[in-house]
Design a protein around this ligand. Structure first.
Ligand SMILES: [Zn+2]
Length: 401
């Protein structure tokens, strides 16, 4: 029997994953993702600090020529005779297909088409954009919608700039934005002069469709997204650091580099100047069922990311002393944010501090079959809730709001 089959059997349809850490050479870590203080620069100064943990990922990190083997890819942990063996989640899904992600997703995508991550930056990121499917196809990629949720457990401080710029201020002209792009190499192109920022609040989130300009703020962010790495930076100076020009043209087909009209085409203008951005893109958690009904059964579950067809996410809280069975219609990845207990056959817990390379018991992938049958979760604590974030693939059948 293959390792993947054995692992699926061992976990009764639930795979245990190892933590996947990713550095970014252009970012300063916010130090809120539980990595040991000595390990944020464990890959060496050239690679930069570790400011991301990728979750349920079958998508390799595009991190330049120094990118490590399997960087960004989640590994499954299988234990035989007290010894842990690891293999890639991607290989397990390629082998077992619908047995893990369900035939609905496998038949349509032949892959697990999303992943989630924590990103944890001390400062703000540049105003940037992700291409839609049509523009991304020109460079052989897929378009990229993404969404944010700010877990209270990882946000005791908001970093240097807990505000996010979204879109373009209504009334701005296309000529004004084009001029900023033309000025990219002249120092500060002042793009955010024409944008509005919103204060970020832990326990809420935002939806970011392709074609929408956005400059993520410095909260520690849980970010489900489509499996793609297409982007272009449209702001040339952020936090007193210059953004290299190559990142402006990242995502532009070779024959159109230098063509500012192409950069303008990537902007979904109506989406960006929509005066109701707060109404249409902000996400307050929504209960999946009537609150009273859930509380009576010992849990609370909320949709936290629910505006994209490409993925969705839930936050599940199992109250102290309670045992519940939670059913979902689709497979999902999950990360434990708080508490400890049992999740199916697995012991789950939330480590306070993780060494680079150390295994944890806080991240799992639940196959469609196991999700449909229902996962038994018990919380033995007298005081501490179990809190779990769950990330789902495209068109979650349960997502009807
Ligand atoms: Zn983005």
């Amino acid at each position: 029997m293959s390792l993947a089959k054995k692992a699926l059997e061992q976990g009764k349809g639930i795979l245990k994953l190892a933590p996947t850490w990713v550095p970014r050479s252009f970012c300063v870590p916010g130090r809120r993702i539980k990595l040991h203080p000595d390990d944020y620069y464990v890959l060496g100064g050239k690679r930069g600090g570790i400011d991301e943990r990728w979750l349920s990922s079958t998508t390799p990190a595009q991190n330049g020529p120094l990118t490590g083997k399997n960087e960004g890819l989640s590994a499954v942990v299988y234990n035989e005779g007290g010894k842990d063996e690891q293999f890639l989640l991607k290989d397990a899904i390629d082998e077992l297909k619908g047995e893990i992600i369900g035939d609905r997703l496998w038949d349509e995508h032949q892959s697990w088409p999303m992943y989630s991550k924590f990103f944890d930056n001390m400062g703000p990121l540049p105003h940037h954009i992700h291409h839609n499917d049509e523009h991304a196809a020109k460079i052989g990629q897929k378009g990229k919608p993404e969404a944010y949720y700010f877990p209270p457990q990882l946000n005791n401080h908001g970093g240097d700039f807990p505000y996010t710029f979204f879109g373009i201020a209504p009334g701005t002209t296309k000529e004004q934005i084009r001029e900023c792009l033309v000025n990219f190499t002249k120092g500060d192109n002042k793009l955010t002069t024409y944008s509005q920022a919103f204060k970020l609040e832990p326990g809420t989130g935002w939806d970011v469709p392709p074609g929408m300009l956005h400059a993520p703020g410095s909260l520690c962010t849980y970010e489900p997204q489509k499996a793609s790495d297409v982007f272009a930076m449209y702001q040339s100076l952020v936090n007193e650091a210059i953004i290299p020009e190559e990142l402006l043209w990242n995502g532009t087909p070779k024959d159109r580099i230098g063509d500012f009209d192409q950069l303008m085409e990537v902007i979904d203008w109506d989406l960006n100047v929509n005066p109701n951005i707060l109404e249409t893109r902000f996400m307050v958690p929504k209960p999946v069922k009537p609150l009273k009904e859930m509380e009576a059964e010992g849990y609370i579950e909320n949709w936290i990311c629910y505006r994209s067809a490409a993925f969705s996410a839930k936050e599940l809280t199992v109250l102290p002393g309670q045992t519940v069975t939670i059913k979902d219609s689709a497979c999902y990845g999950m990360i434990v944010m708080q508490g400890h207990g049992k999740f199916g056959v697995w012991d789950i817990e939330t480590p306070a501090l993780i060494r680079y390379g150390q295994l944890t018991d806080d991240e799992f992938f639940v196959s469609e079959k196991a999700a449909r049958e229902g996962v038994h979760i018990s919380n033995p604590s007298k005081s501490d809730p179990i809190v779990i974030l769950k990330h789902f693939g495209p068109e979650n059948p349960d997502l009807i709001l």
